[in-house]
Design a protein around this ligand. Structure first.
Ligand code: NAG
Ligand code: NAG
Ligand code: NAG
Ligand code: NAG
Ligand code: NAG
Ligand code: NAG
Length: 409
C-alpha cells in the first residue's frame, strides 16, 4: 500500500510545515497531507468562537453535539498531523463541558442533548484518554474516569420497556421523538464507547455491554444481515418497522466498535464483522461512474437535503474507517482505496473562497460547489488527515494511560 508509513517519507516536524493549498494535495506525500490538513484545520477552527482560556458554544445553526464532534476531529488533527497549536483550546473546551457529575450531562444543554449527543462528546473524551492528552485542571477527574462516567450514564438509560431493550434516541420527553424512537447512532455510541473502555481498562463489564448492544442491534434488525446499519425504529411499534434510511456516521460508529472488539478479544468473529461493516460502507462511495470511490451521503446529498448535522457525517465515517485499520489489517487496502480517492475529491472541493481553501459539500462534483459550513470543513479535514493514521502511535490502554496535568509546549 502506497499510503503506509513504511513506504512514505517520514513526516516533517510541524514547525516546518507551511499551510498548503488543498488543490495541491499529494496523498503519497506526508508533508503535503500535513500542510493541507493544517489549512483545513484552520478553516474548521474559524467556526469556533472560544479560545484557550474560555469555552464558547458554536453559533447557530450548529448544535452542541457538533462541537464535541469537532473537538474529536481536532484531537485527531493534533495526533496525526503533529501540530499541537490547538491543544489548549481543545483541553479547555473538553474540561468546560463536563457537567456537575462529570459525565457530559449539562443542564444548560438539556434542551438539545440526546444519547447520541452525549456519545459524540464521549468519543472525544475517550480519545483524549487513549492519547494521554493533557488535562491540566485538577478539579475534574481524568479523561478515562469521565469516559467511564459517560458510559454509565448511557448504559443506565438502557430501556427494556419495548423492542427487547436498546437506548432511545432522546433522553428528555420534551425533545421531538423524545421517548418513542430507538436509533442506531445512540446505540452505536454506547457500543463503541463500551468496546473502547473494554480495551482501555480490561474490565469485562464493558466487553459484556459491547456484546449486548451488538446482539440487540442485529437482533432487532437495526443492522441487517449484510452489515448495513439502518437508522432506527419506533418503540411504539416495538421496533417492528425499521426505518431503512442509512447514514454514513452510524456505519462508522459500529465499524470502529467492532474493530476494537476484534483487538480486545482476538476473536475471528469480530474480524469478520469489521470486514462486513467495511464492505457495507461501500454504499457511501462511488455515486456515479465518474466518481469512483468518492464518498457521499446518499440519503441527502444528491437531492440537496442534507441538514446542518448531516453535512458533517462523512467525516466520522472517515475517522472511524481509518482508526479501524489499526486493529484489523485486512481492511487496509479497501479503506485506503476508498479514502485515498475521497481525500483527493475532498481536496478538489476545498477550493472556494477568496483564498481558494474553503470546502464545499459534494466531492463528486469535481470542484467547489459553493455549499459551505463547519460540516464541510470537518469532513474534508478528517478524510485527509486520517491518511496519516499509521504514522502515529495507536491508542493507549491499561498502564499506558496516565493523567497528564501539563502541556509540554
Ligand atoms: C511533498 O510536499 C511538500 C509540501 O507540499 C513539497 O514541498 C515537497 O516537494 C513534496 N515532495 C515530493 C517528493 O513531492
Ligand atoms: C422507556 O421507553 C418507554 C417507551 O418505550 C418510555 O415510555 C419510557 O419513558 C422509557 N423509560 C425511560 C426511563 O426513559
Ligand atoms: C417486542 O420485540 C422484542 C424484540 O424483538 C421481542 O422479544 C418481544 O417479544 C416483542 N414484544 C411484543 C409484545 O411483540
Ligand atoms: C468495571 O466497570 C463497571 C462500570 O463502570 C464498574 O461498575 C466496575 O466497578 C468495574 N470493575 C472493576 C473491577 O473495576
Ligand atoms: C491490537 O492492536 C494493537 C495496536 O494496533 C496491535 O499491536 C495488536 O497486535 C493487536 N492485537 C490483536 C489481538 O489484534
Ligand atoms: C459526475 O457526474 C455527476 C452526475 O452527472 C455530475 O453531477 C458531476 O459534476 C460529475 N463530476 C465530474 C467530476 O464531472
Amino acid at each position: 500500500m502506497v499510503f503506509l508509513k513504511s513506504v512514505r517519507p517520514a513526516a516533517a516536524a510541524i514547525a516546518l510545515i507551511t499551510a498548503g493549498l488543498p488543490k495541491d494535495l499529494d496523498i503519497k506525500n506526508s508533508t503535503s497531507i500535513q500542510s493541507v490538513a493544517k489549512t483545513i484545520a484552520a478553516g474548521t477552527m474559524a467556526y469556533y468562537p472560544g479560545d484557550k482560556d474560555k469555552f464558547v458554544d458554536l453559533a447557530p445553526p450548529y448544535y452542541w453535539w457538533e462541537c464535541g464532534a469537532m473537538f474529536g476531529a481536532m484531537l485527531d488533527y493534533s495526533h496525526y498531523v503533529g501540530d499541537h497549536s490547538y491543544d489548549q483550546v481543545i483541553s479547555t473546551a473538553l474540561s468546560a463541558q463536563t457537567g456537575p457529575d462529570f459525565d457530559y450531562m449539562l443542564p444548560t444543554h438539556f434542551g438539545q442533548e440526546g444519547n447520541d449527543d452525549q456519545a459524540f462528546w464521549g468519543f472525544a473524551v475517550m480519545t483524549a484518554a487513549e492519547r494521554n492528552f493533557p488535562q491540566p485542571n485538577p478539579a475534574i477527574p481524568s479523561w478515562l474516569q469521565m469516559s467511564e462516567n459517560i458510559f454509565n450514564s448511557l448504559a443506565g438509560r438502557w430501556n427494556d420497556t419495548a423492542c427487547g431493550g436498546g437506548l432511545l434516541w432522546q433522553i428528555f420527553a420534551s425533545n421531538p421523538n423524545g421517548l418513542d424512537y430507538k436509533n442506531s447512532v445512540s446505540n452505536g455510541g454506547l457500543f463503541q464507547i463500551a468496546a473502547r473502555l473494554a480495551r482501555a481498562t480490561g474490565n469485562q463489564t464493558y466487553a459484556a455491554w459491547a456484546n449486548k448492544v451488538w446482539d440487540w442491534t442485529t437482533g432487532v434488525g437495526m443492522m441487517d444481515a449484510k452489515y448495513n446499519v439502518l437508522d432506527g425504529a419506533s418503540s411504539r411499534e416495538n421496533c417492528s418497522k425499521i426505518n431503512p434510511v442509512s447514514f454514513s456516521y452510524s456505519q462508522g460508529i459500529y465499524l470502529y466498535g467492532a474493530a476494537v472488539m476484534a483487538n480486545v478479544t482476538g476473536d475471528k468473529v469480530w474480524v469478520e464483522r469489521t470486514e462486513g461493516l467495511v464492505e457495507a460502507a461501500k454504499s457511501f462511495f462511488s455515486p456515479f461512474p465518474n466518481a469512483t470511490n468518492i464518498m457521499y451521503e446518499h440519503a441527502c446529498e444528491q437531492v440537496y437535503r442534507c441538514n446542518t448535522d448531516m453535512r458533517s457525517f462523512k467525516g466520522y465515517l472517515s475517522r472511524f474507517m481509518f482508526a479501524s485499520t489499526l486493529y484489523v489489517p485486512s481492511i487496509i487496502p479497501t479503506v485506503f482505496g476508498l479514502l485515498g480517492a475521497s481525500a483527493q475529491g475532498a481536496a478538489k472541493a476545498c477550493t472556494g473562497g477568496n483564498d481558494g481553501t474553503t470546502c464545499g459539500q459534494r466531492w463528486y462534483y469535481g470542484g467547489f460547489d459553493g455549499m459551505v459550513g463547519l460540516g464541510e470543513e470537518m469532513c474534508a479535514l478528517e478524510t485527509i488527515q486520517g491518511l496519516l493514521v499509521a504514522d502515529a502511535a495507536p491508542p493507549f490502554k491499561g498502564d499506558e494511560i496516565k493523567t497528564v496535568r501539563t502541556f509540554s509546549s
